[in-house]
Design a protein around this ligand. Structure first.
Ligand code: HEM
Length: 205
């Protein structure tokens, strides 16, 4: 009975997080459809989706230090946050393919292959695919220890995404600097813990 209730609460929290997390996409979609996104609505929409993808990756990686350093336990939100990051990245990519590039594959493929910042963004998205596919209890049970190893790819994905963001613009603005600093701090924390803490936590949440 208690486990049924906790599964129900977990389910509600998961769905609630998705609903709240998709609000920025819905708002910007509405603004775009009603002419509220300025002179270059496609670009604004594309940029916003990319930025939220990065923000959700940052939030996903912030869960562990928050728990370890200040005892705030938000583990139950982590899966939904990670999947939100993935879906925002997919939407960002979809806008790039359709509204930005008009599905003209003869220009898209060379663009991904030749422009380093696009290549990095694409690589980040590719790395997120196996993580999204295995973000469920069945995969955690099935993959065992390998699940943790596989999910370390998120560190590579967020690094590529942060560099992609830095290279997307020619000048470093305060928003970029803030997001980049957060990524560096989150990765630095993992690195420092790996070096200084001998017995890492083994629990798979
Ligand atoms: C994890 C995956 C990704 C993340 C987190 C991400 C994030 C971002 C961010 C934060 C920006 C800058 C937004 C701004 O200027 O405010 C951006 C720009 C951009 N991204 Fe991504 N991106 C990802 C994947 C991709 C992929 C797969 C593509 C296409 C193959 C792509 C294409 C672009 C383009 C073309 C821009 C520049 C838009 C413009 O300013 O005109 N991104 N991305």
């Amino acid at each position: 009975m208690a486990s049924t209730r906790s599964a129900l609460v977990d389910g509600l929290i998961g769905w609630g997080t998705y609903v709240v997390g998709l609000v920025p996409a819905a708002v910007y979609f509405w603004l775009g459809a009603t002419g509220g996104l300025g002179a270059d609505p496609v670009r604004s929409f594309e940029q916003t989706l990319g930025l939220w993808a990065l923000r959700f990756l940052i939030l996903t990686l912030a869960i562990t230090p928050l728990r370890q350093l200040v005892r705030i336990n938000l583990l139950r939100y982590r899966r939904a946050l990670g999947l939100l990051a993935f879906w925002y990245a997919v939407m960002h990519f979809t806008v790039y393919l359709t509204l930005d590039r008009g599905l003209i594959w003869s220009t898209i493929i060379p663009d991904i292959a030749r422009r380093p910042f696009i290549t990095l963004g694409f690589a980040a998205l590719v790395l997120l695919v196996p993580l999204a596919i295995t973000s469920n209890r069945w995969s955690i049970r099935r993959l065992g220890k390998n699940w943790r190893m596989l999910h370390r790819l998120v560190y590579v994905a967020i690094s590529l995404a942060a560099i992609h963001y830095l290279l997307a613009t020619k000048v470093l603005d305060p928003t970029q600097a803030l997001h980049f600093a957060l990524v560096v701090m989150l990765l630095g924390y993992r690195l420092a813990r790996g070096v200084f803490v001998r017995r890492p936590e083994r629990r798979i949440a």
